[in-house]
Design a protein around this ligand. Sequence first.
Ligand code: ZN
Length: 193
Amino acid sequence: MPPGWVHETIDLIAYGRIYRPVHQNKDAESQRIPGLCHRQVNHEYYQKYLKDWDFNTPFPDNRKNLVQSLNETKGPVAAEELMASDGHDYFDKLWDQFTKIKRDYSEGFFAWLLYNPQVLECWADVDVIEGRIGYTIDGQKVWEKSPETITDYKRLHRDVSRHHIGRLRKVIDRYSDKWAQDFLFRVNPEING
Ligand SMILES: [Zn+2]
């Protein structure tokens, strides 16, 4: 299964928050039952693969409606937690299909992102230094304060530095120039000479 910090980094990119309790809770069973079987518990959306969703339509309309109604009845945090949970299951399913090399590459990529906060800011609209999340409303970029983002980012960065960076250093050294170029190009296509 993807390491917890990978799920958290994906959420940092998508929502500006890491939703650690959501992911820890979902994968708690893996401490008891290692391997794919742990996903029989707390991975309801994962189990619905090919019944309710597939890679062409990972989040169909009825799922989006569920998020919307949760937003109305229980508020935006509950709605975002459901999205984080569904995204977790989606990425678990994707991870199943990755080769070892692709898994290492993905981990290296996410770690590299965590070491490049300026990329998170200009590409993902998440400012982890000042604690702001960017939204585009009517074509205008609006930055909303999110002090929790700073704490979340520090926590995540510390975990990766302590436990994972040694193993991933080779991948990062090997690919970081290419990743940086890809990003600069995507953020501003005119940069590409
Ligand atoms: Zn999982």
